[in-house]
Design a protein around this ligand. Structure first.
Ligand code: NAD
Length: 359
């Protein structure tokens, strides 16, 4: 079967990762990426051999002056693809919508857009089938993806009566030097925060209330969760086992020395190229010691790598949209090709063989 031809418009934190992930899929082809500025990220696309198109107000002459090859403008890219993944900044996706419609291409938007930008909001573990055959989908934000993945596990096993979550949010992505705070804790004063309603765009029946604070870190978000389950698990070990058994979860054990997000990201960097495709951490990260149960009340922390968690969801959204596979098959293919869930052990034998003998 011919591969689905994919373009990426907006080649920043999310777009560059989605492009790299598309290239690894057996049923998708990356036709090109569109960028507004000829910066170091544009150079990254050229270095990888991705055809580079100029988006928005971007000037092709500036790209050429920077020594970057230009394959055309966004309209040229739209003429060559079946679907565009829009990863432009918040609210710009909405502005781009008319261009995609005019070109007759399907579109995937990101969580920074309002839900009504697309026919459905999408999170692979929670509502893959809602994406089937759609012409437009919105992959929900990093925090909402984390919440809806965990909800999918809890709903499947025990049901959820009500969930209270506090989201400790990173202030900025690592490259965003103009954002803050760099000192202080900033509560999101709108209560409850928008994350609960956003989770319900994926799981309409989910009873969830969220609050959020922003803290000076760039690595990950952390969610502090209290869920009253509909039925009681036999014990906390059953909760741990359910999270461990689910795709897209990584549960650190009590002896691994992972106190918080710094070691979690260090773990991800260490396994890059050793099972995992990248230094990202696309799984929900939990700590076994931080999963507790009292009757029907489950408590757990989870950390979310905001820069990458939505990447596999974009790939699954593409497969759902074109009905290339059912949910479990798509999720398994995405995870295998990106090394998600890898314990970081694959290429060991070659290293061992080249080691000098111990005297
Ligand atoms: P980003 O700023 O890192 O990247 C956006 C890119 O789009 C930049 O390269 C920018 O130059 C480019 N751009 C600007 N105007 C454009 C236009 N008119 N047309 C095409 N490209 C344009 O942003 P990001 O963090 O990758 O966020 C993209 C989307 O993903 C947003 O909706 C955001 O809410 C969502 N999202 C971000 C994160 C995160 O933590 N970074 C996580 C999940 C979802």
């Amino acid at each position: 079967m011919a591969k689905i031809r994919v373009g990426v418009n907006g080649y920043g934190t999310i777009g560059k990762r989605v492009a790299d992930a598309v290239v690894r899929q057996p049923d998708l082809e990356l036709v090109g990426v569109a960028k507004t500025r000829p910066d170091y990220v544009a150079r990254r696309a050229a270095d990888r051999g991705y055809p580079l198109f100029v988006a928005g107000e971007g000037n092709p002459e500036k790209f050429r002056a920077a020594g970057l090859p230009v394959a055309g403008r966004l309209a040229d890219l739209l003429g060559r693809v079946d679907v565009i993944v829009d990863a432009s900044p918040e609210d710009v996706g909405r502005e781009n919508q008319a261009l995609y419609r005019q070109a007759g291409v399907r579109a995937i938007y990101q969580g920074g857009e309002e839900p009504d930008v697309a026919e459905a909001s999408f999170s692979a573990l929670a509502n893959y089938d809602a994406g089937r055959g759609k012409r437009s989908l919105r992959v929900v934000s990093c925090n909402t993806t984390g919440l809806t993945r965990a909800a999918a596990v809890l709903l499947r096993h025990w049901g959820v009566e009500h969930w209270e979550a506090t989201l400790v949010r990173r202030a900025a992505d690592p490259a965003e030097t103009k954002r803050g705070p760099i000192d202080g804790i900033v509560p999101t004063l709108d209560l409850p925060s928008h994350h609960g309603p956003d989770a319900r765009t994926v799981l309409p029946e989910l009873s969830i209330a969220t609050a959020a604070v922003v803290v000076p870190t760039t690595l990950m978000h952390v969610h502090v969760n209290h869920v009253r389950l509909a039925r009681a698990p036999a014990g906390a070990a059953e909760l741990v086992a359910a999270f461990r058994a689910s795709p897209r979860f990584h549960v650190f054990g009590p002896t691994e020395g992972v106190d918080g997000t710094p070691q979690a990201m260090e773990y991800a960097r260490d396994r890059a190229g050793h099972g995992a495709a990248t230094a990202d951490l696309m799984e929900n990260v939990l700590w076994e010691r931080g999963i507790r149960l009292e009757g029907r009340d489950a408590y757990f922390f989870q950390a979310i790598h905001q820069e990458s968690i939505v990447v596999p969801e974009n790939i699954d959204a593409l497969r759902a949209m074109f009905e290339l596979a059912d949910g479990p098959t798509s999720i398994a293919t995405t995870d295998r090709t990106l090394g998600i869930g890898s314990a970081g052990t694959t290429p060991r034998p070659a290293v061992a063989a080249s080691r000098p003998p111990v005297p």
